[in-house]
Design a protein around this ligand. Sequence first.
Ligand code: PSU
Ligand code: MN
Length: 302
Amino acid sequence: MATPFCLSPEVDAALSTGKPIVALESTIISHGLPRPDNERIGQEIEQAVRDGGAVPATIAVLDGVIHVGLTPPELLILARNEAIVKASTRDLGVLIARGVCGSTTVASTAAIAHRAGIAVFATGGLGGVHRVAYDESADLHALAQTPMVVVCAGVKSILDVPATLERLETLGVVVLGVGTHRFPGFYLRDSGQPVPWRVDSAREVADIWRARTSLGLQPAIVAALPLPAEDAIEPSVHDQVLLQGLAEAKRTGVEGGDVTPFLLAYFHEATHGATLTANVKLVLRNAKFAAEVAVELADGSP
Ligand code: PSU
Ligand code: MN
Protein backbone atom coordinates (compact mmCIF):
# COMPACT_ATOMS: atom_id res chain seq x y z
CA MET A 1 0.00 0.00 0.00
CA ALA A 2 1.26 3.46 -0.87
CA THR A 3 2.16 5.88 1.95
CA PRO A 4 -0.92 7.76 3.05
CA PHE A 5 0.64 11.23 2.83
CA CYS A 6 2.71 13.29 0.52
CA LEU A 7 5.16 15.23 2.69
CA SER A 8 6.59 18.41 1.20
CA PRO A 9 10.40 18.20 0.97
CA GLU A 10 10.71 20.85 3.69
CA VAL A 11 8.36 19.06 6.11
CA ASP A 12 9.97 15.72 5.32
CA ALA A 13 13.41 17.14 6.19
CA ALA A 14 12.10 18.84 9.33
CA LEU A 15 10.47 15.62 10.55
CA SER A 16 13.58 13.55 10.04
CA THR A 17 15.87 16.08 11.75
CA GLY A 18 13.54 16.90 14.65
CA LYS A 19 13.03 20.54 13.65
CA PRO A 20 9.99 22.36 15.06
CA ILE A 21 6.91 22.08 12.85
CA VAL A 22 3.46 23.66 13.06
CA ALA A 23 0.49 22.13 11.27
CA LEU A 24 -1.97 24.55 9.63
CA GLU A 25 -5.48 23.87 8.42
CA SER A 26 -6.67 24.81 4.94
CA THR A 27 -10.43 25.35 5.40
CA ILE A 28 -9.66 28.79 6.75
CA ILE A 29 -8.07 29.54 3.35
CA SER A 30 -10.74 27.98 1.13
CA HIS A 31 -13.87 28.78 3.16
CA GLY A 32 -13.01 31.12 6.04
CA LEU A 33 -11.42 34.01 4.15
CA PRO A 34 -12.61 35.77 0.98
CA ARG A 35 -10.95 35.46 -2.41
CA PRO A 36 -8.58 36.87 -3.58
CA ASP A 37 -7.17 37.98 -0.19
CA ASN A 38 -7.00 34.36 0.96
CA GLU A 39 -4.00 33.69 -1.35
CA ARG A 40 -1.85 36.30 0.31
CA ILE A 41 -3.12 35.52 3.82
CA GLY A 42 -2.36 31.80 3.39
CA GLN A 43 1.24 32.75 2.66
CA GLU A 44 1.33 35.19 5.56
CA ILE A 45 0.17 32.50 7.99
CA GLU A 46 3.02 30.28 6.83
CA GLN A 47 5.42 33.22 7.18
CA ALA A 48 4.25 33.82 10.76
CA VAL A 49 5.19 30.23 11.59
CA ARG A 50 8.63 30.79 10.06
CA ASP A 51 9.00 34.06 12.01
CA GLY A 52 8.42 32.04 15.16
CA GLY A 53 11.22 29.66 14.18
CA ALA A 54 9.28 26.64 12.90
CA VAL A 55 8.42 24.99 9.59
CA PRO A 56 4.78 25.40 8.44
CA ALA A 57 2.90 22.28 7.34
CA THR A 58 -0.35 23.33 5.72
CA ILE A 59 -2.53 20.27 5.22
CA ALA A 60 -4.97 19.62 2.36
CA VAL A 61 -6.13 16.88 -0.01
CA LEU A 62 -5.08 17.45 -3.63
CA ASP A 63 -6.45 15.08 -6.28
CA GLY A 64 -7.07 12.46 -3.62
CA VAL A 65 -3.63 12.70 -2.02
CA ILE A 66 -3.20 14.06 1.51
CA HIS A 67 -0.49 16.70 1.47
CA VAL A 68 1.37 17.65 4.62
CA GLY A 69 3.14 20.85 3.64
CA LEU A 70 2.17 22.66 0.46
CA THR A 71 4.34 24.32 -2.15
CA PRO A 72 3.33 27.91 -3.08
CA PRO A 73 1.56 26.73 -6.30
CA GLU A 74 -0.35 24.09 -4.31
CA LEU A 75 -1.48 26.73 -1.84
CA LEU A 76 -2.77 28.76 -4.79
CA ILE A 77 -4.85 25.85 -6.08
CA LEU A 78 -6.53 25.70 -2.71
CA ALA A 79 -7.14 29.43 -2.50
CA ARG A 80 -8.47 29.81 -6.06
CA ASN A 81 -10.52 26.67 -6.58
CA GLU A 82 -14.13 27.51 -5.78
CA ALA A 83 -15.19 23.89 -6.00
CA ILE A 84 -12.94 22.75 -3.19
CA VAL A 85 -14.72 20.61 -0.60
CA LYS A 86 -14.61 21.45 3.11
CA ALA A 87 -13.38 18.12 4.41
CA SER A 88 -13.89 16.95 7.95
CA THR A 89 -12.36 13.71 9.20
CA ARG A 90 -15.23 11.57 7.93
CA ASP A 91 -14.78 12.89 4.40
CA LEU A 92 -11.09 11.99 4.02
CA GLY A 93 -11.64 8.42 2.85
CA VAL A 94 -14.13 9.54 0.20
CA LEU A 95 -11.82 12.25 -1.15
CA ILE A 96 -8.92 9.83 -1.39
CA ALA A 97 -10.96 7.07 -3.02
CA ARG A 98 -12.42 9.49 -5.58
CA GLY A 99 -9.23 11.41 -6.22
CA VAL A 100 -10.70 14.83 -5.53
CA CYS A 101 -9.50 17.98 -3.73
CA GLY A 102 -10.51 19.09 -0.26
CA SER A 103 -9.47 21.57 2.38
CA THR A 104 -9.10 20.24 5.90
CA THR A 105 -10.91 21.54 9.00
CA VAL A 106 -9.47 21.60 12.51
CA ALA A 107 -10.77 18.05 13.00
CA SER A 108 -9.24 16.50 9.89
CA THR A 109 -6.04 18.57 10.07
CA ALA A 110 -5.41 17.44 13.65
CA ALA A 111 -6.06 13.81 12.74
CA ILE A 112 -3.59 13.95 9.84
CA ALA A 113 -0.95 16.02 11.67
CA HIS A 114 -0.90 13.54 14.54
CA ARG A 115 -0.44 10.62 12.18
CA ALA A 116 2.40 12.49 10.46
CA GLY A 117 4.17 13.00 13.81
CA ILE A 118 3.40 16.72 14.29
CA ALA A 119 2.38 17.84 17.80
CA VAL A 120 1.53 21.54 17.37
CA PHE A 121 -1.25 23.04 15.31
CA ALA A 122 -2.40 26.65 14.81
CA THR A 123 -5.79 27.86 13.66
CA GLY A 124 -8.07 30.88 14.02
CA GLY A 125 -11.03 29.77 16.11
CA LEU A 126 -12.16 26.26 16.94
CA GLY A 127 -15.52 24.86 15.99
CA GLY A 128 -17.91 23.89 18.77
CA VAL A 129 -21.56 23.79 19.75
CA HIS A 130 -23.68 25.96 17.47
CA ARG A 131 -26.38 28.32 18.76
CA VAL A 132 -29.12 27.25 16.42
CA ALA A 133 -30.42 23.77 15.67
CA TYR A 134 -28.48 20.75 16.90
CA ASP A 135 -25.01 21.09 15.42
CA GLU A 136 -21.77 20.27 17.14
CA SER A 137 -18.49 20.61 15.26
CA ALA A 138 -16.43 17.48 14.69
CA ASP A 139 -13.55 19.63 15.97
CA LEU A 140 -14.60 18.76 19.53
CA HIS A 141 -14.54 15.04 18.89
CA ALA A 142 -11.13 15.36 17.22
CA LEU A 143 -9.72 17.35 20.15
CA ALA A 144 -10.88 14.60 22.50
CA GLN A 145 -9.05 11.97 20.49
CA THR A 146 -5.92 13.70 19.27
CA PRO A 147 -2.80 14.38 21.32
CA MET A 148 -1.87 17.82 19.99
CA VAL A 149 -1.29 21.37 21.18
CA VAL A 150 -3.91 23.45 19.36
CA VAL A 151 -3.27 27.19 19.41
CA CYS A 152 -6.35 29.31 18.68
CA ALA A 153 -8.22 32.47 19.70
CA GLY A 154 -10.79 30.41 21.56
CA VAL A 155 -13.81 29.07 19.76
CA LYS A 156 -15.61 31.06 17.13
CA SER A 157 -17.85 33.71 18.69
CA ILE A 158 -20.73 32.62 16.46
CA LEU A 159 -21.05 29.54 18.70
CA ASP A 160 -22.59 28.78 22.07
CA VAL A 161 -19.38 29.36 24.02
CA PRO A 162 -20.46 28.16 27.50
CA ALA A 163 -21.85 24.93 26.03
CA THR A 164 -18.66 24.40 24.02
CA LEU A 165 -16.49 24.87 27.11
CA GLU A 166 -18.62 22.34 28.98
CA ARG A 167 -18.14 19.84 26.17
CA LEU A 168 -14.38 20.42 26.19
CA GLU A 169 -14.31 19.75 29.91
CA THR A 170 -16.31 16.53 29.52
CA LEU A 171 -14.02 15.40 26.72
CA GLY A 172 -10.89 15.91 28.83
CA VAL A 173 -9.51 18.79 26.77
CA VAL A 174 -7.66 21.32 28.94
CA VAL A 175 -8.03 24.99 28.00
CA LEU A 176 -5.13 27.33 28.76
CA GLY A 177 -5.55 31.10 28.56
CA VAL A 178 -2.32 32.61 27.23
CA GLY A 179 -1.69 35.76 29.29
CA THR A 180 -5.30 35.78 30.47
CA HIS A 181 -7.76 34.23 32.87
CA ARG A 182 -10.60 34.84 30.39
CA PHE A 183 -11.51 32.59 27.49
CA PRO A 184 -10.97 34.60 24.29
CA GLY A 185 -13.93 34.88 21.94
CA PHE A 186 -12.26 34.87 18.50
CA TYR A 187 -13.23 38.38 17.25
CA LEU A 188 -13.90 39.33 20.87
CA ARG A 189 -11.12 39.69 23.38
CA ASP A 190 -13.24 38.05 26.07
CA SER A 191 -15.99 35.52 25.42
CA GLY A 192 -17.46 36.24 28.85
CA GLN A 193 -16.24 32.90 30.23
CA PRO A 194 -13.20 32.12 32.41
CA VAL A 195 -10.49 29.59 31.57
CA PRO A 196 -9.48 26.94 34.08
CA TRP A 197 -5.76 27.79 33.75
CA ARG A 198 -3.65 30.75 32.76
CA VAL A 199 -0.16 30.42 31.25
CA ASP A 200 2.23 33.21 30.31
CA SER A 201 4.72 31.60 27.96
CA ALA A 202 5.25 29.04 25.23
CA ARG A 203 7.59 27.26 27.64
CA GLU A 204 4.73 26.68 30.09
CA VAL A 205 2.57 25.19 27.35
CA ALA A 206 5.43 22.87 26.37
CA ASP A 207 5.93 21.81 30.01
CA ILE A 208 2.22 21.00 30.35
CA TRP A 209 2.33 19.05 27.09
CA ARG A 210 5.25 16.94 28.29
CA ALA A 211 3.59 16.29 31.64
CA ARG A 212 0.31 15.12 30.13
CA THR A 213 2.14 13.07 27.52
CA SER A 214 4.07 11.25 30.25
CA LEU A 215 0.68 10.08 31.54
CA GLY A 216 -0.35 8.86 28.10
CA LEU A 217 -3.36 11.16 28.05
CA GLN A 218 -5.09 11.31 24.71
CA PRO A 219 -7.00 14.60 24.50
CA ALA A 220 -5.54 17.77 23.01
CA ILE A 221 -4.37 20.86 24.86
CA VAL A 222 -6.04 24.08 23.73
CA ALA A 223 -3.88 27.20 24.13
CA ALA A 224 -6.12 30.22 23.64
CA LEU A 225 -4.67 33.64 22.77
CA PRO A 226 -6.86 36.75 22.92
CA LEU A 227 -6.59 39.60 20.44
CA PRO A 228 -5.21 42.82 21.93
CA ALA A 229 -8.03 45.27 22.74
CA GLU A 230 -7.21 47.56 19.81
CA ASP A 231 -7.55 44.71 17.29
CA ALA A 232 -10.70 43.11 18.73
CA ILE A 233 -14.29 43.82 17.65
CA GLU A 234 -16.59 45.82 19.93
CA PRO A 235 -19.00 43.41 21.67
CA SER A 236 -22.05 45.55 20.85
CA VAL A 237 -21.20 45.58 17.12
CA HIS A 238 -20.44 41.89 17.22
CA ASP A 239 -23.69 40.92 18.94
CA GLN A 240 -25.82 42.94 16.56
CA VAL A 241 -24.19 41.51 13.42
CA LEU A 242 -24.39 37.99 14.83
CA LEU A 243 -28.13 38.29 15.44
CA GLN A 244 -28.64 39.50 11.87
CA GLY A 245 -26.38 36.78 10.48
CA LEU A 246 -28.13 34.00 12.40
CA ALA A 247 -31.52 35.27 11.20
CA GLU A 248 -30.26 35.41 7.61
CA ALA A 249 -28.85 31.87 7.85
CA LYS A 250 -32.23 30.64 9.06
CA ARG A 251 -34.17 32.58 6.43
CA THR A 252 -32.05 31.27 3.55
CA GLY A 253 -31.90 27.71 4.89
CA VAL A 254 -28.14 27.49 5.39
CA GLU A 255 -27.27 24.34 7.34
CA GLY A 256 -24.63 21.77 8.26
CA GLY A 257 -21.06 22.51 7.29
CA ASP A 258 -22.15 25.64 5.41
CA VAL A 259 -23.19 27.50 8.57
CA THR A 260 -19.69 28.50 9.73
CA PRO A 261 -18.44 29.79 6.33
CA PHE A 262 -21.76 31.61 5.81
CA LEU A 263 -21.59 33.42 9.15
CA LEU A 264 -17.91 34.33 8.76
CA ALA A 265 -18.59 35.80 5.30
CA TYR A 266 -21.66 37.61 6.65
CA PHE A 267 -19.54 39.20 9.38
CA HIS A 268 -16.78 40.24 6.97
CA GLU A 269 -19.31 41.97 4.72
CA ALA A 270 -21.49 43.56 7.43
CA THR A 271 -18.48 45.04 9.25
CA HIS A 272 -16.88 46.26 6.00
CA GLY A 273 -13.88 44.06 6.55
CA ALA A 274 -13.30 44.84 10.25
CA THR A 275 -13.82 41.20 11.26
CA LEU A 276 -11.65 40.08 8.36
CA THR A 277 -8.80 42.24 9.66
CA ALA A 278 -9.36 40.83 13.16
CA ASN A 279 -9.47 37.28 11.82
CA VAL A 280 -6.18 37.72 9.98
CA LYS A 281 -4.49 39.31 12.99
CA LEU A 282 -5.56 36.58 15.34
CA VAL A 283 -4.52 33.73 13.09
CA LEU A 284 -1.09 35.31 12.52
CA ARG A 285 -0.58 35.70 16.28
CA ASN A 286 -1.66 32.12 16.83
CA ALA A 287 0.70 30.83 14.14
CA LYS A 288 3.66 32.66 15.66
CA PHE A 289 2.89 31.50 19.20
CA ALA A 290 2.39 27.92 17.99
CA ALA A 291 5.85 28.11 16.40
CA GLU A 292 7.29 29.20 19.73
CA VAL A 293 5.66 26.21 21.43
CA ALA A 294 7.05 23.90 18.73
CA VAL A 295 10.52 25.40 19.26
CA GLU A 296 10.26 24.76 23.01
CA LEU A 297 9.21 21.18 22.37
CA ALA A 298 12.02 20.57 19.88
CA ASP A 299 14.60 22.12 22.27
CA GLY A 300 13.45 19.99 25.15
CA SER A 301 13.42 16.69 23.25
CA PRO A 302 16.26 14.23 23.87
N1 PSU B 1 -10.89 29.35 12.10
C1 PSU B 1 -11.02 30.46 11.32
N2 PSU B 1 -11.73 30.34 10.15
C2 PSU B 1 -12.29 29.14 9.75
C3 PSU B 1 -12.15 27.97 10.57
C4 PSU B 1 -11.43 28.14 11.75
O1 PSU B 1 -10.53 31.55 11.68
O2 PSU B 1 -12.89 29.07 8.68
C5 PSU B 1 -12.74 26.64 10.13
C6 PSU B 1 -11.96 25.48 10.72
O3 PSU B 1 -11.54 24.66 9.67
C7 PSU B 1 -12.93 24.76 11.63
C8 PSU B 1 -14.22 24.97 10.88
O4 PSU B 1 -12.61 23.40 11.79
O5 PSU B 1 -14.11 26.38 10.54
C9 PSU B 1 -15.43 24.63 11.76
O6 PSU B 1 -16.52 24.30 10.95
P1 PSU B 1 -17.79 23.50 11.56
O7 PSU B 1 -18.37 24.47 12.56
O8 PSU B 1 -18.72 23.24 10.40
O9 PSU B 1 -17.26 22.25 12.17
MN1 MN C 1 -21.61 20.90 11.96
